[in-house]
Design a protein around this ligand. Structure first.
Ligand code: DAT
Ligand code: MG
Length: 151
């Protein structure tokens, strides 16, 4: 199975509620490798690009306003199957449907305040990583855990 990268972002509600460490800890404990991380308050233009596929949705304006209402913690995580597994770790889009044990299931209540973003496909991940990070912000290193995670 191929190594992949995904874009994960703790949303403004997750930052304000002090959930950054808990979310990072889940990805670290799973064994995924942190490749990039920064705090940023995104502009409206940036968020419209990030959510361009949702521009026709009735909740689009509110979504862009919420995502720009405070800083997010943007990250790139690497590992085998990290795009799909990252989505499983997030849980369903609506926290009301997310299972306990997932980030949204454990930490959220409403779909409009669902704590954390994760890329939904390898193609989306490539687009989102390119939008949020420059190439030199993506760190290349070998994790000391690598040989204990992969055979
Ligand atoms: P996801 O974030 O699980 O990939 P999405 O890409 O369909 O979900 O939508 C992006 C975000 O938009 C989602 O995290 C929360 C918000 N959203 C989605 N559906 C919504 C709805 N019906 N009402 C309000 N906000 C919604
Ligand atoms: Mg999405």
């Amino acid at each position: 199975k191929a190594m992949e990268r995904t874009f994960i972002a703790v949303k403004p509600d997750g930052v304000q509620r002090g959930l950054v460490g808990k979310i990072v800890a889940r990805f670290e404990a799973k064994g995924f490798k942190l490749v990039a991380m920064k705090m940023a308050t995104a502009t409206e233009d940036h968020l419209k690009k990030h959510y361009s596929d949702l521009s026709s949705k009735p909740f689009f304006a509110g979504l862009v306003k919420y995502m720009g209402s405070g800083p997010v913690v943007a990250m790139v995580w690497e590992g085998q199957g990290v795009v799909k597994t990252g989505r499983v770790m997030l849980g369903a889009t609506n926290p009301a449907d997310s299972l306990p044990g997932t980030i949204r299931g454990d930490f959220g209540i409403q779909v409009g305040r669902n704590v954390c973003h994760g890329s939904d496909s390898v193609e989306s991940a490539t687009k989102e990583i390119g939008l949020w990070f420059t190439d030199c912000e993506l760190n290349a290193y070998t994790s000391c855990s690598q040989s204990w995670l992969y055979e």
